[in-house]
Design a protein around this ligand. Sequence first.
Ligand SMILES: [Zn+2]
Length: 150
Amino acid sequence: MSRLPEKKEKPASAKNPSTRQDDNGKDMAQIKVIREALIEKRAAIARQQATQLNELYNPDKHHLADLEEMASDTSDTDSLCAMVDLGSSTIEQIDTALQKLEDGTYGICEMCEEPIHPDRLEVLPFASLCVNCQRKKELNKELARADEES
Ligand SMILES: [Zn+2]
């Protein structure tokens, strides 16, 4: 008689040698949620970029009169370019964040190596710096700019 009712499949968690979590306290479920959010965001930006590029390279949608109007307002194309650029750098940041998820370093500040506050990650899931370091970095940038100008 074979009765092994208890020995079915091992729960997935049994695979982990220990219930070790990284310092951030993120478990697999959380990581999965973050990853999906990042991938979704990435796709949304890519879609948006495609639309913007389309607009940029297919001006024939506009009537000639509109083009004349646009000529007086060249910043229109410029701002489109800027938006596409911004999208590209965001995609890069998201890719980096995805890589960090794989490496288990996600949510750790690149400068001080302290965990980034969860509130910040919620707003900016691909943040690579904690609020303090981000502030410092921006301050340094401004100082450098002021230096160049003087
Ligand atoms: Zn930091």
